[in-house]
Design a protein around this ligand. Structure first.
Ligand SMILES: [Zn+2]
Length: 248
C-alpha cells in the first residue's frame, strides 16, 4: 500500500499532535512509496537497519528514531552511515516516541501492564506519562521482581525490602526514573521503569517506595510490536519484529 495512506492512519490513531516530544514523530527518512513489509524494532541502530533490509522490509518502524532535540544536526559519523544505508536501500524510517508510550491500546505502558498482569487505574504526571494501577493479589517485592524478570527475560535492578508487600504499582517504560516523585505522590508501593540513576537509589530508599529498573529496551519491546501487528492485520501487510538485544 501507499506509505502516505498508511502513515495518515497511524498518525491519526496515535494522536501525534497531542504530544510535546523531543523528536519528530512519523516519517523521518523517506524511502520507496509502496509498502508491503514492515519490520519493527525498539531502536533504529545500524544492526536493526541491516537486519530489516535482509528481511525484505520496505519500512522500518521504531520507538527510538533520529533527530533528537539538542543533538548535533549535522550528518556526520554514525549518523551519516545510518542515513546513507537507509537512502541507499530506499528504506522508509518511521518513528513514534511519546505517542507510542502513551497509547491506550498499542502503547508501551499498556502493553507492559498486560505482560505483568497489572490492572490499569489511571495516568498521572507530565503529559500523563505515568501509569498506575494494581496487582490482583498483592505479593512480596521479591515475587513481583521474579515474575518481572521471567516475563521480560532480564534481571532487573531492584531497590527495596524484598519482603515488602506490593499491590499498588506505578510504571513508565524507558528512562523514566525522573518520575519517581510522581509515583511517591500517588502513594503506590512500587514504581517500575526502565533505567536507574545513582540518585534514584537514594530517593527510593528515603521515600520508602520500592523501585524496579526493569530495562529501557526490555520495557519498550512491546508497543512497537503491537502497533506493527495491528497495521499488518488492518491493511494486509507483512510484519516482523526484530529484537536487537540491549542489556540496558
Ligand atoms: Zn525509550
Amino acid at each position: 500500500m501507499n506509505i502516505k495512506e498508511l502513515l495518515d492512519y497511524t498518525g491519526q490513531i496515535l494522536q501525534v499532535e497531542r504530544f510535546r516530544d523531543y523528536c519528530p514523530n512519523g516519517l523521518q527518512v523517506e524511502g520507496r512509496h509502496e509498502v508491503g513489509k514492515i519490520v519493527t524494532g525498539v531502536t533504529a541502530s545500524m544492526a536493526l537497519l541491516e537486519a530489516a533490509q535482509q528481511a525484505g522490509a520496505d519500512m522500518v518502524l521504531v520507538h527510538h528514531g533520529y533527530f533528537w532535540r539538542n543533538e548535533d544536526a549535522r550528518l556526520l559519523g554514525i549518523k551519516r552511515k545510518r542515513i546513507q544505508f537507509l537512502l541507499q536501500h530506499d528504506l522508509n524510517l518511521v518513528a513514534y516516541h511519546l505517542p507510542l508510550d502513551a497509547h491506550p491500546e498499542f502503547g508501551n505502558n499498556v502493553q507492559l501492564a498486560k505482560l505483568l498482569d497489572l490492572e490499569l487505574d489511571g495516568w498521572a504526571g507530565e503529559q500523563s506519562m505515568v501509569a498506575y494501577g494494581k496487582l490482583a493479589n498483592p505479593e512480596p517485592l521479591s515475587a513481583f521482581e521474579a515474575r518481572l524478570a521471567a516475563r521480560l527475560r532480564r534481571q532487573p535492578v531492584t531497590i527495596g525490602d524484598p519482603n515488602k508487600m506490593v499491590g499498588r504499582i506505578a510504571w513508565c517504560t524507558g528512562a523514566a526514573q525522573q518520575y519517581l516523585e510522581t509515583a511517591v505522590e500517588l502513594g503506590v508501593d512500587a514504581f517500575v521503569s526502565g533505567e536507574i540513576s545513582e540518585q534514584t537509589v537514594h530517593l527510593a530508599r528515603e521515600s520508602g517506595l520500592a523501585y524496579i529498573a526493569a530495562g529501557h529496551h526490555a520495557t519498550e519491546r512491546y508497543g512497537v510490536q503491537s502497533l506493527g501487528r495491528h497495521l499488518a492485520g488492518r491493511f494486509g501487510l507483512e510484519h516482523q519484529f526484530i529484537d536487537i538485544d540491549n542489556p540496558v
